[in-house]
Design a protein around this ligand. Sequence first.
Ligand code: SAH
Length: 358
Amino acid sequence: MSLCLYGKHSMQNDLLLNYTPTEMQAFVEASGQPRYRTKQLLEWLYRSKVVSYDEMTNLPKAWREELARKADVNPFPSFSVQESSDSTRKYLFTLRDGQAIESVCIPMKEHFTLCLSTQVGCALECAFCLTGKQGFTRNLQAGEIIGQILAVQRDTAASDTKISNIVLMGMGEPLLNYDQTVKAIRMMLAEEGLHVSNRKITLSTAGIVPGMHKLGQEGFIINLAVSLNAPTDDLRSQLMPINKTYPLQELLQACREYPLPERRRITFEYILLDRINDTPEHASTVADILQGIRCKINLIPLNPTSETPYRPSSEATVLAFQEILLQRGYSTFLRASKGADISAACGQLSGKYRSEID
Ligand code: SAH
């Protein structure tokens, strides 16, 4: 595990990474600087990925000092990295108020997929998820969301492999931190920002129906993943209490209405829990309820945590479940879980290294 520390911090200042290009322009103008300074600032942040004003060498020193009193460059005073046996890297970022979040960088065949957090903790209390056990602390600011990408890019810059997919699937429910999440997505897409393609970004939700509708109207269409996990309201409400507020029928209607372009599909994630949601009947009911939705299904083996009572389904059960969905015409994948040995897999993020609290 490696550790990296930067200078003093507090949450009193704003973050430069919280500003859209338009807001950055206003910020630059308010301090009496010419317009081209906006471009310089954005380039330092998003191209050079600097973490301090000292590095912004083409800006006047006096102005840098003035900026430093108003806005911070680096959202993370410190971070540490743990690498698992399958090369998954888990980052623990300390925020300026001392809270902590995790991001996971997952090696795929030719690129990295980066899994980002959107909240400190989570309010949804899904029965199988460790983040849910710690409760909700606060929403992340847009700059704390986008900052996770920049920090990991900086850390992996020497590697030939590049981050190409971004998934909002870490700690928290992105659609319950709607405004800051959407702002961060805009900076991922923006030409002056990270300039990532909308097809490379996936937001995963437990099913916040109003947020799903709103997201479809933002003027950009990113991929949507929905954590389904059960095919009936009774069972889903037991596993995911949010289902009592937004039951399956409403959730699936919101999926149907999400304006994905023709060739793209909604992803349904389904964690298989031994003897809870993994029978052939469950599989057929999943097939029934998803009828008519252009989708693919990712079956995820449960990552057990000591704080939840569930066990993963056996391999034979998983394969039988998959077979039923394939027979019914659904593209169904078994999603290999990576990073479990360092608690970096889905549902294991806690903002604390297990070795430190076990
Ligand atoms: N709140 C969002 C995003 C965070 S959870 C959502 O619910 O989609 C990201 C994914 O991890 C979800 O699909 C969730 O069902 C899954 N997950 C949570 N706990 C898990 C566990 N213990 N094992 C495997 N997957 C888990």
